[in-house]
Write a protein that binds this ligand. Structure first.
Ligand SMILES: N[C@@H](CCC(=O)N[C@@H](CS)C(=O)NCC(=O)O)C(=O)O
Length: 202
């Protein structure tokens, strides 16, 4: 398998999942501004959206969308227990969380990275994002991982979005369960390996 990624982007969640799963893979860095990879090749020929991640399978199929890729990875390594079994109600709960992270949190960040938005617009989106994180903070007040007591691919996804506070400082007042969650994530060897692979730790 090959992961198309940009350092610190949402593709980092897929890298963490692959490492947690113990699946061998290679990775190719994408220049998201230029939409190129491998010394100038056209990345839009890989993904018409021009976004990462893409997971290229050994048969040439390419999977896009973080939530779909994470579940695909989890299903390739059932022994790693990164997602409940397909068809179970627990799987529906995981999908619910992945979709929440994708649509409300991940995409809640996007306007804040947009240089053309003024401060008032950014403040509006920031307030909205903070309220969405509060939902997950309340959950993590009661559980170890975002979907209960078992680590899942949703934790990798949530972790990456919280790391973006290193790029845009974001106060999450009183949301201390998220800070404790980040510490638990940082203690995982796969997370450290993923961060090192993308040059995000010394
Ligand atoms: N819906 C996509 C969104 C992926 C996405 O937003 N990727 C960002 C990095 S976190 C990106 O590549 N942005 C550059 C662009 O869209 O041009 C998914 O879930 O995979």
């Amino acid at each position: 398998m090959k992961l198309y990624f940009a350092p610190g982007a949402c593709s980092l969640a897929v890298r963490i999942a692959l490492l947690e799963a113990g699946i061998p893979f290679t990775s190719t860095q994408v220049d998201l501004m230029a939409k190129t990879y491998d010394n100038g090749a056209d990345y839009r020929a890989v993904n018409a959206q021009g976004s990462v991640p893409v997971l290229e399978l050994d048969n040439g199929e390419r999977v896009t969308e973080v939530a779909a890729i994470l579940q695909y990875v989890a299903d390739q390594a059932p022994a790693a227990a990164l997602a409940p079994a397909q068809g179970s109600f627990a799987r529906v709960r995981l999908q619910e969380t992945l979709n929440f992270i994708a649509s409300e949190i991940h995409k809640g960040w996007s306007p804040r990275f947009n240089p053309t938005f003024d401060d008032a617009t950014k403040a509006f989106f920031t307030e909205r994002l903070v309220s969405k994180y509060a939902v997950l903070n309340a959950r993590l007040d009661k559980t170890t991982w975002v979907n209960g007591e078992t680590f899942s691919v949703a934790d990798a996804y949530l972790f990456v979005t919280l790391l973006w506070r290193n790029f845009i400082p974001t106060e999450l007042p009183g949301q201390t369960a998220l800070d404790a969650f980040m510490q638990r994530m940082m203690a995982r060897p796969a997370v450290q390996q993923a961060l090192a692979a993308e040059g995000l730790v010394k």
